[in-house]
Design a protein around this ligand. Structure first.
Ligand SMILES: [Zn+2]
Ligand SMILES: [Zn+2]
Length: 140
């Protein structure tokens, strides 16, 4: 298990999490797109107890039945998605982690919501919604 750290744009929010292997997904859903302002967002999902807020205060926004999203109150960086793959899960946008964090993107998800102006050009698996085997009871 190694410990990884991340922070928001202004540095008010600092967090760490413990994971052995940092698999991540690129999510193309409209919620991620609007929260990040890009074609997709790269998320590392984990159990809530693996994540620890070290410093700062998060502003929580209920974006959908899918789950709550939390942002830095000061700079607006998107810091957490609650309940993304299970009720006790959180997902951390990989871009907040330190640059050399060994993240491995393993799949593209919610590709059915992808914008036309972005093309996926790698050979990773693509799923219209959740990858098989992921139970997302809170998604409509
Ligand atoms: Zn901030
Ligand atoms: Zn998404």
């Amino acid at each position: 298990m190694s410990r990884h750290r991340g922070s928001c744009l202004c540095g008010s929010i600092q967090f760490e999490f413990e994971r052995g292997y940092l698999s991540a997904v690129n999510c193309y859903c409209s919620l991620c797109r609007r929260a990040h302002g890009g074609a997709y967002s790269t998320h590392i999902a984990m159990r809530s107890e693996q994540f620890r807020l070290i410093k700062g205060k998060l502003k929580v926004f209920s974006a959908s039945t899918e789950g709550r999203r939390a942002f830095c109150e000061d700079c607006g960086s998107h810091v957490l998605v609650h309940g993304q793959i299970a009720d006790d899960s959180v997902a951390v946008p990989a871009g907040l982690c330190e640059k050399d964090t060994p993240v491995e993107v393993t799949a593209h998800i919610f590709v059915r919501d992808k914008v036309a102006w972005y093309r996926i050009e790698d050979g990773l698996p693509q799923y219209d919604g959740w990858p098989p085997g992921v139970v997302a009871t809170h998604v409509d």
